[in-house]
Design a protein around this ligand. Structure first.
Ligand code: AMP
Length: 208
């Protein structure tokens, strides 16, 4: 049983850690970004209301995402717990989550922040390359692509874009982290090491 919120900047390895955690603990990863993209692709009413915000890189209104999360965590597979990824992003979302989990008597166990120095994040993203055929990720310095593999530099991994995304992350967490810290729920893990070392820190942060 684990109810967890995972917070981390772009290129912090959050996605990788969330994948391993869901497999290891058999709880679903709930990503509001994924759910909203699916709703947009299926052109549902919700998808249509969210679309213009998403396309212009803005946050979708709290009422929409809160409703989405409320429905999702009521599903049977989330009764044994969940890992929230990309939600909450604002204090009103965090308050709503506290309220709705409190109502059903299943409070959060922890909020884990994967902490990585800004310079390292910029280096990771700007040196990251993707195999255009398979999606496999490489790093020009630490994990270079083998000869013959054609790689691309993703648009959102370019230095200026990365810096902008990091600024947005700092703005978002400026209020969110103190909120969870005041509730005694916040744990920090050092995301600078290997995926394995981050994972073992994560497990100890959540007492597993
Ligand atoms: P992500 O994949 O988490 O970066 O989310 C993609 C987009 O979906 C964001 O740029 C927002 O437009 C929207 N989104 C995802 N999660 C939230 C959230 N918790 N609050 C508001 N908007 C969100």
């Amino acid at each position: 049983m684990l109810r967890l919120v995972l917070i981390g900047p772009p290129a912090s390895g959050k996605g990788t850690q969330a994948e391993v955690l869901t497999k290891c603990l058999s709880v679903p990863k709930i990503s509001t970004g994924d759910m909203l993209r699916a709703a947009r692709a299926n052109a549902t009413e919700l998808g249509k209301s969210a679309e213009s915000f998403m396309n212009s890189g803005l946050l979708v209104p709290d009422s929409i995402v809160i409703g989405l999360v409320e429905e999702r965590i009521a599903l049977p597979d989330a009764q044994a717990g969940f890992i929230l990824d990309g939600f909450p992003r604002t204090v009103p979302q965090a308050e709503a989550l506290q309220e709705l989990l409190g109502r059903v008597g299943t409070p959060l166990d922890a909020v884990v922040q994967i902490d990585v120095a800004r310079e390292l994040l910029v280096e990771r993203a700007t040196l990251r390359r993707m195999d255009s055929r398979t999606g496999q990720i490489y790093h020009l310095k630490y994990n270079p692509p083998p000869a013959g593999v054609e790689v691309v530099h993703r648009e959102d991994d370019r230095e200026e874009t990365v810096k902008k995304r990091l600024d947005e992350y700092d703005t978002m967490t400026a209020a969110l982290l103190p909120f969870y810290s005041a509730l005694g729920l916040l744990r920090k893990v050092d995301g600078a090491g290997s995926p394995q070392s981050v994972f073992s820190q994560l497990l100890s942060a959540i007492g597993k």
